[in-house]
Design a protein around this ligand. Structure first.
Ligand code: FAD
Length: 464
């Protein structure tokens, strides 16, 4: 019997749950990836994600070819293309790994129904998390909405066997595609080849493996180093986890193979990822609105020109500007800075968190709906288990604490490079500035005053 393996956000052959099942249960397995035009048509010409996916597909195709198969790459509407291809190849089943986003759930339900009509089955498998939405629930069978009891329950249920990687596919069971169905170039897909050069990250399965190995050497320092954006303290694996070029099991294995607070703290972050994924599944309305009902009617008074200044990294707050310029330049932003920049947009500029969320969604290479929405609602105090509204980050003290020597700021805001280690965090407060530096000419004066805006935010959120 024949099967079709439909790759989506799991772009690896190794330790891939659905792929492994397909190969075990069928004599021949065909492999396909669909560039979904429903998604692609909203993306800019130089979108880095498309380039990242493209590079990952190239490697996946090579790996599959080495085993006698290869990847069919199609472009269009998967709801039509998958049932069509399954019929053409006379497949008994289509395999895919489960995706928990609202759009994907709807798409997969349609595909399953259409396949059903033609006597074929969509078999979706758990792969991208250790525990799915219904596997870690309260005693009453409800989803957790607070992280501390969730992580406790997660850890209680966890056994190392759950992070075991799955058997590698057997050679010979893969069916090769016809030459016409290979990987189209980025240009054929309507994207700029230059977007490949914009990638500041190692790509593909090999890139993910290299980063994982590199991080294994540093994981014991993670807890101490993770909050300092100028230091190489984090794993930089988020885009690889997002597109599945490494598996969650590989990541969790690394976390549990080491003793100590570094590994422990990294595992916590991987569990945050699952917390937000199950939350999105159970409460898909968070995509549109605040998780907390009392904040749904907030009217944010911030000005559009402030939003533009924030996007461009021209707010006059050096740490915020450095963060936003890092995002615009590389598609990445350090976690500490995501919190600082998000808090600044909502609590200092008084702009609706959804506008910031959308900007991050457009720019982040690791954009993930569940994590991004969760992070924004946390920072905006509108989410479950969020930062309370009265604890407002001070962008200057955050900067002094987490970039004490201004190293990160100097990297992304070079016009401030000559300022001393004190002045660089708040040039408008500096007693002395370099003689050739003029605030307002060489770098913007702050567009708002933190102390004033803080009071306004407290009033806005407090009166709800
Ligand atoms: P590490 O510190 O090495 O963490 C390892 C992995 O754990 C990450 O790759 C990620 O998969 C997961 N993780 C870490 N922190 C979180 C978290 N708070 N929530 C969920 N998962 C987490 N992460 C995304 O993957 N995509 C996003 O779109 C995204 N948007 C965010 C928006 C805001 C406003 C905030 C505050 C956080 C956001 N995060 C997002 C979470 C976090 O900032 C990134 O996962 C992290 O910075 C990626 O770098 P890393 O891989 O080196 O992380």
């Amino acid at each position: 019997s024949a099967s079709l393996m439909w790759f989506r956000r799991d772009l690896r052959a190794y330790d891939n749950a659905a792929f492994s099942q397909a190969l075990r249960q069928h004599e021949a397995t065909h492999c396909v990836f669909v560039f979904d035009t429903n998604i692609l048509r909203h993306l800019p010409h130089d979108d880095r994600r498309v380039a990242f996916i493209h590079a990952a597909l190239q490697e996946l195709d090579t790996t599959l070819r080495e085993q006698g198969g290869g990847l069919r790459v199609l472009q269009g509407n998967p709801t039509q293309l998958i049932p069509q291809l399954a019929a053409e190849l006379r497949c008994d089943a289509v395999y895919c790994n489960r995706d928990y986003e609202p759009y994907a759930r709807e798409r997969d339900a349609k595909v399953a129904a259409l396949l059903g009509d033609q006597g074929c089955e969509l078999r979706s498998v758990k792969d991208q998390v250790i525990f799915e939405q219904d596997e870690v629930l309260t005693k009453q069978g409800k989803p957790y909405t607070v992280f501390t009891p969730y992580i406790r329950a997660w850890r209680q249920r966890f056994t190392p066997a759950l992070a075991q990687t799955l058997p590698t596919p057997m050679a010979g069971a893969l069916a090769p595609p016809s030459a016409a169905q290979g990987l189209p170039s980025l240009a054929t897909l309507g994207f700029a080849a230059a977007s490949q050069q914009l990638l500041r990250l190692q790509t593909g399965r090999s890139g993910g493996e290299a980063l994982l190995q590199d991080f294994a050497q540093r994981i014991r320092h993670y807890k101490a180093a993770r909050d300092y954006p100028a230091v190489k303290g984090v794993s930089y694996l988020s885009a690889h986890l997002r597109f599945g070029t490494i598996s969650i099991r590989e990541a969790v294995q690394l976390a549990i193979s080491e003793e100590g607070e570094g590994a422990e703290s990294w595992l916590n972050e991987l569990i945050w990822r699952e917390f937000y994924q199950q939350l999105l599944w159970h409460f898909p309305a968070v995509v549109e609105q605040s998780f907390k009902a009392e904040y749904r009617q907030l009217v944010f008074p911030g000005q559009d020109s402030w939003f533009d200044a924030w996007c461009q990294g021209n707010t006059g707050y050096p740490i915020v500007d450095a963060a936003m310029r890092q995002l615009n330049h590389s598609g990445f932003m350090h976690n500490r800075l995501r919190m600082v920049a998000a808090s600044f947009l909502v609590k200092d500029l008084l702009i609706d968190w959804r506008r910031g969320e959308a900007y991050f969604a457009a720019k982040l290479l690791d954009f993930d709906l569940a994590a991004n929405n969760g992070g924004w609602q946390w920072a905006a105090s509108t989410g479950c288990d969020a930062q309370p509204y009265f604890r407002i980050f001070n962008p200057v003290s955050q900067s002094e604490k987490f970039d004490p020597e201004g190293k990160f700021i100097r990297r992304y805001v070079p016009e401030l490079a000559a300022l001393d280690n004190k002045a660089i965090h708040a040039p408008w407060q500096a007693k002395s500035l370099p003689s050739d530096f003029q605030l307002g000419r060489d770098y913007p004066a702050p567009i708002v005053e933190h102390a004033t805006q803080r009071e306004l935010a407290l009033t806005l959120f407090g009166k709800k």
